[in-house]
Design a protein around this ligand. Structure first.
Ligand code: PA5
Length: 447
């Protein structure tokens, strides 16, 4: 059968396609092909667990291994059916994948978020929203010691116990944490909370397909079985060591080569506001995985067309150290037709009868070509639709590409030593036991 794949494009799955033709003036198909042996060896080091960070590779087969937990997760989610509000408490990897999925799938009035910042204003606003509601709490922390969620949980637990009594509150709390250690695990055992485990070999930013993501997403009413199905299909596609057919490997190769040509910032651009948190999740994944030892692409994001009227100028004509990945969704659940107006004062009747999605698509194409012509090479990732299956597929795609990409850079993509620096200083400033000397040093420096 002849290969119908257009030059520069790979389409080895119906769900997602990758178009590299708009980077060809900077990185050619030949450049990418020449890197295949290195990419293959990076992928094999992940699959064979021989590279850096090999004790954090549980995410590779997670879409399959987690499946047996679905009945228990669905049962726990059903417990929250009687609640009108459920607060998902967590930060970083214990927050972003949940919000990314729920917002991308249309949002949830039932799910609220806490523990992802320390502002009293935000907290007071949340508590106001919870007044008079039947509230449940899902507290998520792998380490069980992260300050933001620990503080939020203490406040909300005490608020809930005051409102409904300790016994009822205990039944409305589920904790997701380490299997055997950490303050949250200890507290859960003592208080009798139902618990789910974040596997030891899965880092926070790779945990969306563990109970961390699956429980809150199921409580919000979305289909977690489909999310896993999508990720399973992606795992089959992106574990392929035939690099020419592996889109995740080709994406990793392309962005690595762009980086080597001085494109040190990658901007993820979407054309749908509900993808805002997908970008936030993506930024954590790539930022924490690659940004170490003085290397790594800086991950940034824009929501278009909104930000074309703010960041658009910089993207088009600012420093040329940028590359862009456009995340395009090919179909809409419900479209809108632009109406005809008899007066046509704004001269828009040439668009009357057209779908709004078509107008958005022309904006995407216009942006992509303008950026390419302005030396902002862009990679296009097109997802067929936005649903549980396609999101599961996309998450795994980005995870695998990130693992390969970090390995190409020569760093350990699965640790995050830099996150500790601010934490130690904060503990010292807060007066935590064991940080007295650092506290004294900081005060001496005038902090
Ligand atoms: O990716 C990571 O490991 C971090 O961003 C963590 O997810 C974040 O710091 C929260 O940690 P924890 O789940 O231990 O509270």
């Amino acid at each position: 059968m002849p290969d119908k794949t257009p030059k520069g494009k790979t389409a080895n799955a119906e769900t997602l396609s990758l178009d590299l033709s708009y980077i060809s003036e900077v990185v050619t198909e030949q450049d990418i092909t020449a890197l295949y042996p290195q990419v293959k060896s990076a992928l094999e080091s992940l699959l064979n667990k021989t590279g850096k960070g090999s004790d954090f590779l549980g995410w590779i087969n997670l879409p399959f291994t987690v499946e047996k937990q679905l009945p228990a997760i669905k049962k726990a989610a059903a417990k929250f059916e009687k609640c009108d509000a459920v607060v998902s408490i967590g930060i970083g990897g214990s927050y972003l994948g949940i919000r990314s999925t729920i917002e991308a799938l249309g949002g949830s009035e039932k799910i609220h978020y806490a523990g992802n910042q320390l502002s009293p204003t935000g907290f007071n606003h949340l508590i106001e929203q919870l007044e008079d509601k039947k509230v449940g709490l899902v507290v998520i922390s792998k380490s069980g010691t992260t300050t933001e969620p620990a503080v939020a949980f203490r406040i909300l637990k005490s608020w809930l116990e005051k409102n409904v009594g300790k016994k009822k509150a205990t039944k409305r709390i589920v904790a997701i944490t380490d299997e055997s250690k950490g303050a949250l695990k200890e507290m859960s055992d003592q208080e009798g909370y139902e618990t789910f485990v974040i596997p030891d070999d899965v880092g926070g930013r790779y945990s969306v397909l563990t109970p961390v993501g699956l429980l809150p997403i199921a409580i919000a009413g979305f289909n977690i079985a489909q999310l896993l199905k999508g990720a399973q299909a992606a795992a089959k596609d992106f574990q392929s060591t035939d690099i020419s057919k592996n889109m995740a490997a080709r994406y990793a190769a392309a962005r690595y080569l762009l980086f080597k040509k001085g494109k040190t910032t990658e901007v993820l651009a979407n054309f749908r506001p509900e993808l805002h948190y997908v970008s936030e999740w993506w930024k954590q994944l790539y930022g924490e995985s690659e940004g170490k030892e003085g290397t790594g692409l800086f991950p940034a994001s824009v929501d278009l067309t909104t930000d074309l009227h703010s960041m658009g100028q910089y993207l088009q004509e600012g420093q040329r150290n940028l590359m862009e990945t456009i995340l395009w969704i090919k179909s809409e659940k419900k479209d809108i037709i632009i109406p005809k107006d008899k007066d046509d004062r704004e001269g828009l009747n040439f668009l009357a009868g057209k779908k709004l999605s078509w107008v958005n698509e022309q904006a995407m194409k216009a942006t992509s070509v303008a950026h390419r012509d302005g030396n902002l090479p862009n990679i296009r990732l097109s997802l067929d639709g936005l649903n549980e299956y396609s999101l599961g597929y996309l998450y795994y795609f980005f995870e695998m590409a990130c693992g390969i990409s970090g390995t190409l850079l020569g760093i350990n993509p699965f640790n995050q030593p830099g996150v500790e620096a601010y934490k130690k200083n904060m503990f010292a400033l807060l007066g935590k036991k064991g940080f007295e000397d650092l506290g004294a040093q900081l005060r001496q420096k005038g902090v």
